[in-house]
Design a protein around this ligand. Sequence first.
Ligand code: SF4
Ligand SMILES: [Zn+2]
Length: 313
Amino acid sequence: MPDRRLIEQLRPPKKQVDFKRPYNWLHENEPGVDGRILSVNTLFLTNKECSFKCVMCDLWKETLDRPTPAGAIPEQIRFGLEKLPEAQMVKLYNNGNFFDKKAIPPQDHAAIARLLQPFDTILLENHPKLCNSSVLEFQRLLHGQLEIAMGLESIHPDVLPRLNKQLTTDDFKKAADFLMKNGIRTRAFVLLNPPFCTDPRENIEWALKAVQFAFDCGVDTCSVIPTRPGNGMMDRLLTEGSFVPPTLKALEETFDRALQLDQGRVFADTWDLEKFSDCDDCFSARKERLERMNLQQKVLPRATCINSCRSMP
Ligand code: SF4
Ligand SMILES: [Zn+2]
């Protein structure tokens, strides 16, 4: 397993960020658990880098090296929400774990909860091992429904231990149980083509097994994330042949089949999707199809290609 020092050594430089500002914000739509479309405000908070150093992670690029100063996160939320229209749901992505005290200072929780008062649903991201009584204390401050997104990544027995995530499938299940028993909704992030599994067919099957595992743990929603190079370590693994990025075609098959499980919401992550495409002629139509499937939660007819390219099914 690549060690933490090597992972850090191979990194390209971080981006310049300002602790008083979220580094991005956006307004989008997403289907709720009952299928109705919800308006969503997503804030990408600037905070201290996550202390787990996962092999595939590139979220550290827009983080601080030092603990987040008290008061910075409420200020960022205030600023971000002022830029966005009203919405039913808010997602706070902090490139790590909301209940990491150095990332989101607990003394800011009450001010954060006050700012989140207008929202019916509040989604935060957190490592399964950090799902403890702090989550319940924060939940008590909220008016809306709390949802926690957790990275499951993979359930492949030769992959998950090597990701440096310091997570087992048991840890994930325990966290999901704990959250659900306390009335907190859960969602899982699942990687398509994590490092250390290089057979394209096996990768699709293992992603589907992870989705199934998450649903068996009672998770409401799974997001399938195509694994990307670009963080230094993943580029090294790509060169060494220990990582093969997924194709758009593989994502399409995984998403279709995960939706057909019909056990909860499934989303395909379409960010930076062009990196996985090998045909300019059909890419836009295929991306649009995935976006519509994200909203409609059903398998739609495949897009066609004027070139009848190899990447079509
Ligand atoms: S836990 Fe999440 S944010 Fe932290 S290093 Fe791993 S993937 Fe990145
Ligand atoms: Zn094509």
